[in-house]
Design a protein around this ligand. Sequence first.
Ligand SMILES: [Fe+2]
Length: 158
Amino acid sequence: MNSSFDIPITSSQMEVIMSMEGFVGEQLETLLLNVNESWQPSDFLPDLVTKNWNEQLAEFRTRAQSLSDDVLVILVGDMITEEALPTYQTWLNRLNGITDPTGASPTPWARWSRGWTAEENRHGDLLSKYLYLTGRVDMRSIETTIHHLINNGFDPQT
Ligand SMILES: [Fe+2]
């Protein structure tokens, strides 16, 4: 399904996308992570539902004190980039041949796109929770930046 909102691509680009559709459909399970076996953000963070959550959090924060400012800046930059995921999925859904017209389309590329987005979602989620729990960064400023980034949109001129 094409619409005027699709990102225009050349016929040879469309040919490549369409020629890969069967492969993507057949290999979807190897191209995407098994949800039940993949890591989740909470695997790397203090478990706040256990009895000793406060000890885990204290130990976590003690370790986080050793992070240099340079490392924190890198993590913040990564987090901002990762947290703009809605923008990237919007871009993918406009890419002719890969669109997911219903939001739950069964086509191979649409299934891959949603799976990729679900995997990517863990990155910003982990970085955000991690940085918040360190108590070392101004989360509100970072969140405001992310808000602006998504709000402003993204046109990569693909
Ligand atoms: Fe990522």
